[in-house]
Write a protein that binds this ligand. Structure first.
Ligand SMILES: Cc1cc2nc3c(=O)[nH]c(=O)nc-3n(C[C@H](O)[C@H](O)[C@H](O)COP(=O)(O)OP(=O)(O)OC[C@H]3O[C@@H](n4cnc5c(N)ncnc54)[C@H](O)[C@@H]3O)c2cc1C
Length: 423
């Protein structure tokens, strides 16, 4: 069935699979540039998603989308930093995003609200968004992906639609990545997470009021995310192998390990659980290829890193912003496609790997915070231009060395293809 039968044009500049933060950010920024964009998401929004603690890097694409004031109006909880029970330090330690010197806060938010806000903005900017539309397959012609086939809930038949470029922003479903790329699992980050929600929680004191709490215990770590008033999202992350070897269910493991925390159990002492448990195998991975003939990956569809320090949504939206700028230029100058996508993939992988390597080494809890600060410096600032503490905060804010990713420069590629042909 042609999509025109659905009242939607058949032919787009860009088709985006998935309307989560990555897909909707790319869609909004491309539509704003006058591109014809179709977003297909299998869910109806608002829909639940995990990933509620944001970092300052996320504020950059939101500013481009014109959403920073809207987040305030919606009453999202500002997050100024984190409180960490980790490493060899006897006493919990804190970090403040302001130390990074660039953007002093991000937010904690329910993803149903956040993701709907970004999707609505994509629509306002001119993107066509179809919800409850599950992409089933790609359409290929002469070795190039030229479109997708999708099914709309409640409607019989499969719809075909075409675009100059297909963006896979389908999160861990990896609709295109699964078909066209191998995936590399990061062996050191093969964890499992189990989480739930509590009401009636106490807040951290004073300046720590809105901090995320990251508390390491012997076999794993907990997050405590203040969503609003007394409501906390609380999750436990442990190696998959440890969970498997335990005779307890994930829920029982959560309860027994919570009792081993020092700070978190204090915040929850008068709280009551308000929902059931959810769990996910959150193994970190990178797709071998981030792009191919007619397709490109972004967000979790490209790569996923452990939720320690909460980089997921920031990474997804920063990469989506970069991709929008690049795809816009590709539509203008199709000859640069391969080199431009390669530049995007290289910048994305380098930025992602910096965070991944840091997280992997941070998992060694035998060290003190000075070690972790030096580690951040080694990765992002080997010339030691900043204080190591500043480097640490910039890295976990998603703001260290983000220029090549966030501000891609294609001028040389465009100049090459625009140069008048020699006689
Ligand atoms: C346990 C855990 C805790 C986390 N905590 C945090 C955190 O605190 N902070 C943070 O920033 N990140 C966190 N993350 C990571 C975060 O959830 C992701 O990085 C983020 O959601 C990625 O956004 P995305 O747009 O790439 O993908 P998603 O948000 O997953 O969006 C993908 C969209 O694609 C749609 N889709 C899938 N398949 C299809 C299909 N076939 N057809 C059409 N649509 C499709 C889905 O419905 C979905 O809406 C956490 C992750 C886990 C597992």
């Amino acid at each position: 069935m042609s999509s025109t039968l659905q009242g939607i044009t058949d032919d787009f500049d860009v088709i985006i699979i998935g309307g989560g933060p990555a897909g909707s950010t790319a869609a909004g920024l491309l539509a704003e540039r006058g591109r014809r964009v179709l977003v297909l998401d299998r869910e109806r929004f608002p829909r639940y998603h995990i990933g509620e603690s944001l970092i300052p890097g996320f504020m950059l694409p939101m500013e481009e989308l014109g959403l920073t004031e809207r987040m305030e109006e919606k009453g999202f909880e500002r997050k100024y930093g984190g409180t960490v029970v980790w490493g060899n330090n006897e006493i919990p330690w804190n970090f403040a995003f302001a130390t990074g010197g660039k953007i002093p806060y991000a937010y904690h938010t329910r993803r149903a609200d956040l993701d709907t806000m970004i999707m609505d903005r994509a629509r306002e900017l001119g993107a066509t968004v179809v919800e409850e539309a599950t992409v089933k397959d790609t359409i290929e012609e002469d070795g190039r992906v030229v479109g997708v086939r999708y099914a709309v809930r409640g409607v019989e038949g499969i719809v075909e639609t075409r675009g100059s470029l297909i963006v896979d922003a389908s999160g861990q479903a990896r609709v295109i990545g699964r078909k066209y790329s191998e995936v590399n699992w990061h062996e050191q980050l093969q964890n499992v997470a189990v989480w739930t929600y509590f009401d009636g929680c106490h807040r951290l004191p004073g300046d720590e009021w809105s901090n995320i709490l990251i508390e390491g215990i012997k076999d794993g770590w907990f997050w405590g995310i203040p969503l609003d008033k007394g409501v906390f999202s609380v999750g436990y992350v442990t190696p998959s192998a440890t969970a498997k070897a335990s005779d307890k269910s994930l829920e029982d493991l959560f309860a027994s390990q919570l009792a081993n925390t020092s700070k978190l159990k204090g915040l929850l002492k008068d709280a009551h659980q308000t929902s059931g448990f959810r769990s996910a195998r959150d193994w970190s991975y990178t797709n071998e290829r981030f792009y191919g003939n007619g397709w490109v990956l972004v967000g979790d569809a490209a790569a996923f890193v452990d939720p320690l320090f909460s980089p997921g949504v920031a990474l997804a939206t920063m990469a989506a912003s970069s991709l929008a700028k690049i795809v816009d230029q590709i539509i203008e100058h199709p000859q640069i496609e391969e080199k431009a996508l390669d530049r995007y993939a290289t910048a994305y992988q380098e930025f992602f790997n910096g965070i991944r390597i840091f997280v992997e080494k941070f998992y060694d809890r035998s060290k003190t915070k000075g070690f972790y600060f030096d580690l951040a410096q080694e990765i992002t600032d080997p010339e030691k231009k900043n204080d190591a503490h500043v480097d640490f905060v910039q890295l976990i804010s998603g703001l260290a060395r983000n220029d090549a990713l966030f501000n891609p420069d294609l001028d040389d590629l465009i100049a090459d293809v625009s140069a008048p042909a020699a006689d």
